[in-house]
Structure formats: structure tokens, C-alpha cells
Design a protein around this ligand. Structure first.
Ligand code: UDX
Ligand code: UDX
Length: 423
């Protein structure tokens, strides 16, 4: 099939390169000309395992192209994915500005074409956005009716950063929200070879499935962190508790790793957006409120433990191992490290940091840190904080050190002083 992807960010690229690898013909459209140039040279603008290999292969086989020319791409595609970002406004609600722009542009480009292109919203949008914002803009700008001149679907992504391509090829499920059967059938065709359940719903149900899934996973993390905070006071190891809980199939062992909380471009933003939408509708989302409040406090617990061992941080050097919001990515968006490092600096500490991938991104926020070329250099400090569970941190020699662990690195338990954030 001929596919266009509007927005070549994490999601757009993983999706585009994924479909190209499956034999489809993909054009990725982005407003960022430098990004487009790089992509056509086979250089992904982000770090994501396997992305570069798949991108290069797709380019060689002429199945992938990046462009800034949206019109040309849209006119020749059977399915058009909207993958632009959905940032938050200051009140936490979703800012539809890029979704609106993409819808207007796609609408314009569909003006003088025939067929039944299916515009598919993959960006995470609050329930009702496709019907209330995307469709009206597509109709107004194309002069065509949804369901007559073009089709519409919502097809949320469940790609984890660092595993985006393997998640793309092996999803647990595919959700197709459809305006009509014809739209849904086209998208279903695209996912024909995937070996997983495919659930077809209406548009806003598909939008909600994405938010409900992320909110549930976020809640699972805050839940185990709360149990961990209680365990810490009782001298119980929350990881053993989680193992015992996870054996219950109704609970499952996944997403029960206690620590300094969740970050990233999705969980915090999506939970806040769902809360804001609920409030607009006159409903107070009390459980989600608690999930976020717990998550905001969790990084600070690590600092409380640090102060127990170093009451005054002024003039001290604190080593930080890991800056990315999780291993396998260079992404630092909403990473707990930002909160922790900010607080360390505010209290007068000097910070030495190391991360195998995320130092360039972190340097843009905190240029004043001492960034180390090797993890070992960070160990030479008054205390070490572990903020991301990179594999290589499991192989360091922590003997003689003071370590406050936010991510459960077993090896660090051999330190002279060891504290886990909630174990
Ligand atoms: C995605 C989803 O779209 C978002 O809804 C979800 O919650 C998280 O994942 P992501 O892929 O991380 O977002 O976005 P980002 O990396 O910001 O990429 C968006 C891309 O779209 C950028 O390359 C940007 O240049 C491009 N863009 C943005 C356009 O091409 N046109 C626009 O009008 C706006
Ligand atoms: C998430 C969703 O998993 C994915 O389906 C969605 O589409 C995008 O958002 P991602 O943000 O890439 O993916 O990361 P994920 O692996 O889900 O982790 C999110 C955060 O939760 C990380 O900061 C991670 O450290 C934290 N986490 C995860 C925990 O603290 N404990 C856990 O047990 C699992």
C-alpha cells in the first residue's frame, strides 16, 4: 500500500520505517527540512535500536522517502497517518495546534484528488478530537465529506521508546477506531499480517483506549511506588512483594518495578490531559490526581535519603548515574533526573553525571554539570545517585561508595552505604 506519515518524530518514524520494512511504500512528511535531509541520507534524528538499519534498507529498496512537500505525498497515498506531537498547555490539557495544522494541510492537499484516502490519527488525542477537530478541518479545507470523499480512522500507538520497532512488529493488539466500515477495512488490510487481536471500535473509543491504557500503566507504577514507600518504613523488600503479587495472573508481573517514578513524553502528559478533559466535563479524577501527585514526590524521596547521609550538600560532589527517563533511549523529557539534579544544584552541590546516550540532551537543560566520558568517573564523588537502570551500571565496582539507588541495581548493594529509594 502507499502510505504517508505526517510528522517524522519517534512515532512517525518507527511506524513509517516499520511499514516500509513490511513491503509498503512510505513517504514521511515533516516541516523540519534538516530532519528530512538526514532521513534521506539514512541518518535517524533520534536514537532508537534497529531504526537506522531498517531505515537504510528501506531507502536502498526505494520504499521510503522523506519530504517537506506534504501535497505531493498526500495526493498519492491510500492511508495518511497523522503523527505530529500533541504537547500540553500550561494547565495540562492537550494543545491541538499541530493536529489542527496537519488536518488543514492534509485537507488542502486532498482537494484535487479522487479515491478514498483514509486519514488516520495516530497521535494521542483526547477523546472527541478526531470528530470535533480533525474531521471538520479536513472537510472545510478539502471541500469533501468524511465518509464520502475520504475515510477516517484512529489508530493509537503503543510503542515504547527504546523498543519502538520491536513493539511495532509484535504488538499485543491493534486498535482501529473507524468512521465507517470502508475506512476500517482499508486499515485492517494494512495490519493483515500482524499476529495479534485487532479490535475495531468507533473513533472516540479508540482515542480513549490509548489514554486508559497509559493511565492504567502509570497507576500501576504509582501503586507499587506507594507500596514501596510503606515497605521502606517496615524494612520489607518491595521487589519481593512485587514478585509475589505478579504471580497472580490478574495482576501480572509487568510494570511493577518500584523506583523514582515514571517520566517520558507520554505517561505524565497523557494522564494530565485526561484529567484536564475530565474536569472540563465536570468530573474530578481523584485516582489520577493521586497517581500524578505520588509520581511528582517520588524523585524527592531519593534526596531525603541522600540528606540522611549528607545533611549539607553545599560544596559536596554528587555523582549521577543515568539521565534518560529510562534505559535504551536518549530522551530526557519529564525524566526524574531533571527534578533531582535541579534540587541538588539548588542546595549547592556540584554534580558529575554520566549517561551512555542522554548527555547531549541533558546538557541543553543543565550546561553547568560536569559530564563524564565513563561511568567509573562518576563514582569518584561524595555520594552516587542511580537514576536510570542502564545495563552497564550493573557491572560497576561500587565497593567503598555511598549509593542511593532509584532504580534497583543489585550490584550497587555491595556499596559501603546502600539505600534503595523504596526498598
Ligand atoms: C508522538 C505522538 O504524536 C504523540 O501524540 C504521542 O503522545 C507521543 O508520540 P512524537 O513522535 O514523540 O509524538 O513527537 P515528536 O518527536 O515531537 O515528533 C513530531 C514531528 O512532527 C516532528 O518531527 C515535527 O517536526 C513534525 N511536525 C510537527 C510536522 O511535520 N508538522 C507539524 O505541523 C508539526
Ligand atoms: C509508554 C507506553 O508504554 C507506550 O505504550 C506508549 O505508547 C508510550 O508511552 P514509554 O514512555 O516509551 O512508553 O516508556 P515505558 O517503558 O512505558 O516507561 C515509562 C516510564 O515508566 C519510564 O520512566 C520508566 O522508568 C517507568 N517505569 C516503567 C517504572 O518506573 N516502573 C515500571 O515497572 C515500568
Amino acid at each position: 500500500m502507499k502510505i504517508s506519515i505526517v510528522g517524522a518524530g519517534y512515532v512517525g518514524l518507527a511506524t513509517g520505517v516499520g511499514f516500509a520494512s513490511m513491503g509498503h511504500s512510505v513517504i514521511c512528511v515533516d516541516v523540519d527540512a534538516e530532519r528530512v535531509r538526514k532521513l534521506n541520507r539514512g541518518e535517524p534524528p533520534i536514537y532508537e535500536p534497529m531504526l537506522e538499519e531498517h531505515l537504510r534498507k528501506a531507502l536502498e529498496e526505494n520504499r521510503f522517502e522523506a519530504t517537506t512537500e506534504l501535497g505531493r505525498a498526500i495526493r498519492q497515498s491510500e492511508v495518511i497517518f497523522i503523527c505530529v506531537g500533541t504537547p500540553s498547555k500550561s494547565d495540562g490539557s492537550m494543545d491541538p495546534v499541530f493536529i489542527e495544522q496537519a488536518s488543514r494541510d492534509i485537507g488542502q492537499a486532498m482537494k484535487d484528488r479522487g479515491g478514498y484516502p483514509v486519514v488516520t490519527v495516530k497521535s494521542t488525542v483526547v477523546p472527541g478530537t478526531t470528530e470535533g477537530v480533525v474531521i471538520p478541518l479536513l472537510e472545510r479545507n478539502s471541500g469533501k465529506r468524511a465518509g464520502a470523499g475520504f475515510g477516517v480512522c484512529v489508530n493509537p500507538e503503543f510503542l515504547r521508546e527504546g523498543q519502538a520497532l520491536s513493539d511495532f512488529f509484535n504488538p499485543d493488539r491493534v486498535i482501529i477506531g473507524e468512521l465507517d466500515g470502508r475506512s476500517g477495512d482499508t486499515l485492517h488490510q494494512l495490519y493483515r499480517d500482524f499476529k495479534c487481536p485487532i479490535l475495531r471500535t468507533d473513533l472516540k473509543t479508540a482515542e480513549m483506549i490509548k489514554y486508559a491504557s497509559n493511565a492504567f500503566l502509570a497507576a500501576k507504577i504509582s501503586f507499587i511506588n506507594e507500596i514501596g514507600n510503606i515497605c521502606k518504613r517496615l524494612g520489607i523488600d518491595v521487589y519481593e512483594v512485587a514478585r509475589g503479587m505478579g504471580l497472580d495472573r490478574r495482576i501480572s508481573p509487568h510494570f511493577l518495578n518500584a523506583g523514582i517514578g515514571f517520566g517520558g513524553s507520554c505517561f505524565p502528559k497523557d494522564v494530565r490531559a485526561l484529567m484536564a478533559r475530565a474536569r472540563e466535563l465536570g468530573y474530578e479524577p481523584r485516582l489520577l490526581e493521586a497517581v500524578m501527585a505520588l509520581n511528582e514526590d517520588q524523585p524527592l524521596r531519593l534526596l531525603e535519603l541522600l540528606r540522611k547521609h549528607l545533611p549539607d550538600l553545599r560544596g559536596r560532589t554528587i555523582g549521577v548515574l543515568g539521565l534518560a527517563f529510562k534505559p535504551g533511549t536518549d530522551d530526557v523529557r519529564e525524566a526524574p533526573s531533571i527534578r533531582i539534579v535541579g534540587e541538588l544544584l539548588r542546595e549547592g552541590a556540584a554534580v558529575k553525571a554520566y549517561d551512555p546516550k542522554a548527555m547531549d540532551n541533558f546538557r541543553r537543560i543543565f550546561p553547568q554539570l560536569q559530564y563524564c566520558g565513563r561511568a567509573e568517573e562518576v563514582l569518584d564523588s561524595d555520594a552516587v545517585l542511580i537514576l536510570t537502570e542502564w545495563e552497564e551500571f550493573r557491572r560497576l565496582d561500587y565497593s567503598g561508595k555511598v549509593v542511593i539507588d532509584g532504580r534497583r541495581i543489585e550490584e550497587a548493594r555491595k556499596a559501603r552505604v546502600y539505600e534503595g529509594v523504596c526498598w
